[in-house]
Ligand binder design. Structure first.
Ligand code: HEM
Length: 112
């Protein structure tokens, strides 16, 4: 598979991931589909990210480690909060959006 394929997949899944966690943390209706979408897109973000790393020939630089840490925090924090700590959903939603911003900033600038 090409770099372009992984790139499109990665970006579409980031958009779908943010949409699904918005439903989980801000919606008040049925969330079954949002839970599935959140799990699937979270996994595809990691797989396509690894594909991009391999195709572009990047190593595990600090910005990549930063994205991996952010990814892991999001995929644990969002479902756990939605299920067990509904009172913290609003706060966690803001934190999740902040982490998405940092992940995009890291890859755009590759500062570290
Ligand atoms: C929720 C977390 C993540 C978000 C929001 C995110 C977001 C993005 C975005 C928007 C791009 C496109 C940047 C551009 O074209 O300039 C990108 C590219 C990329 N991402 Fe992610 N990503 C995330 C997780 C990951 C993970 C976990 C990995 C590593 C396994 C990864 C590896 C990459 C790589 C290698 C590129 C290509 C960079 C380049 O070619 O310049 N990302 N990511």
């Amino acid at each position: 598979m090409s770099y372009g394929f992984y790139h499109v997949l990665h970006i579409i899944c980031v958009i779908a991931f943010v949409s699904s966690f918005t439903l989980l943390l801000k919606g008040d209706g049925e969330t079954k589909l949002a839970k599935i979408a959140n799990g699937v897109t979270g996994l595809v973000i990691l797989i396509s990210g690894m594909g991009l790393l391999a195709k572009a020939g990047f190593g595990f630089d600090t910005w990549v480690i930063g994205k991996l840490v952010i990814w892991l925090s999001l995929v644990v924090m969002i479902p756990v909060t939605a299920k067990r700590f509904p009172g913290s959903k609003g706060k966690v939603y803001k934190i999740a959006l902040g982490l998405i911003f940092v992940a995009v900033y890291l890859v755009s600038t590759k500062l570290m």
